[in-house]
Design a protein around this ligand. Sequence first.
Ligand code: SF4
Length: 409
Amino acid sequence: MQKLKILSDSAKYDVSCSSSGSKRKNTAGGIGNGHLTGICHSWSADGRCISLLKVLYSNLCIYDCVYCVNRVTNDIQRATFTPQELCELTIQFYRRNYIEGLFLSSAVVKSPDYTMECMIKVLKLLRVNHRFNGYIHFKAIPGCDPKLIEEAGLYADRMSVNIELPSVNGLKLLAPQKSHNQIITPMSYIHNRIIDAREQKKVSRSAPSFVSAGQSTQMIIGATKDHDITILHLSEYLYKKFLLKRVYYSAYVPVNQHPNLPAVYTEPPLLREHRIYQADWLLRFYGFTANELLDESHPNFSMDVDPKCDWALRNLHLFPVEINTAPYEMLLRVPGIGVTSALKIVRARRLGSLSYDHLKKFRVVLKRARFFITCRGKYYADTPFEQDSIRMCLTAKKDNTPYEQMSFF
Ligand code: SF4
């Protein structure tokens, strides 16, 4: 229990887990089911949604990444599980219905290869000895032998390698023992093996799965001076190049004092993290590119309005769009219209002309959308169609005070 306390606390800054996982059926005499709806969630002290059992194999790190609470030069309590202990803990928690899966990460103990070997032992004990079929998210250690990635990928549902920081320079400055190549190489290996395994499955259904729920990564926001445009371009590259399922963003929580880091009393940039998540959604589901959302003259997201509103306000010449005739791709770009409501509009208007009231039924967020649309030729917003007036309406609350980010700390 003491190890669990230390090692689950050490894992709390790791945000790259979510409830979306893979489907894996229980087998006769086995234990657990992996569900698409995923694993249990909990809320950490800093307000983040975390998945249980989220734990490090060890926090006895040999590296000295200056932003990390577990770095070798920090004077903290250290602990390392044995593979048997961690396996037993997972099974017992599963049986008690505390958890539905495992999120396994680790500091670098002795060497990347040694750490991976220990973590793989946990996977094997769970999958082979206990025939555990619950969801497992496995964090690969950068710099390890590709053979170990291969082995882990046969047991894990999802794998991730942390990209850590948005730029190569940031990595050199804050995590000098890690290199960009050490991170990109396993990502590329996992990507190629996932494609390979899918092809093999087409030929034979009994071909082994490899990381069936895909790979993800995590990036720290605000530890370096990188602009949002750098972050978004990197995410776009990772999604395109390695078909990542998710890039997770983690607002930097100052835990160490260092000349290259923000001061320890700096508030974690949670609103910035939120804006980047919103932009990430626009890249993945709304057909936006990083270049459209930000540019050199506008390298960071506005904190006042979300990235879609911000883009629409800077491109007012494309609006208002007529709901009854605009192409689907343009409807998707209207603030307040999501993928589901855009699809509903396109389907419904085949049957007849849509009124403003129809949009309410389709769950269009009219408090934003009304500034950017017309319906049967009529503009419904009670403000002039120009940037400053619309921006003011979008940013002011009823009592005209601006929105503020709540602090969870
Ligand atoms: S490798 Fe770096 S980020 Fe990972 S636990 Fe060690 S010090 Fe922390």
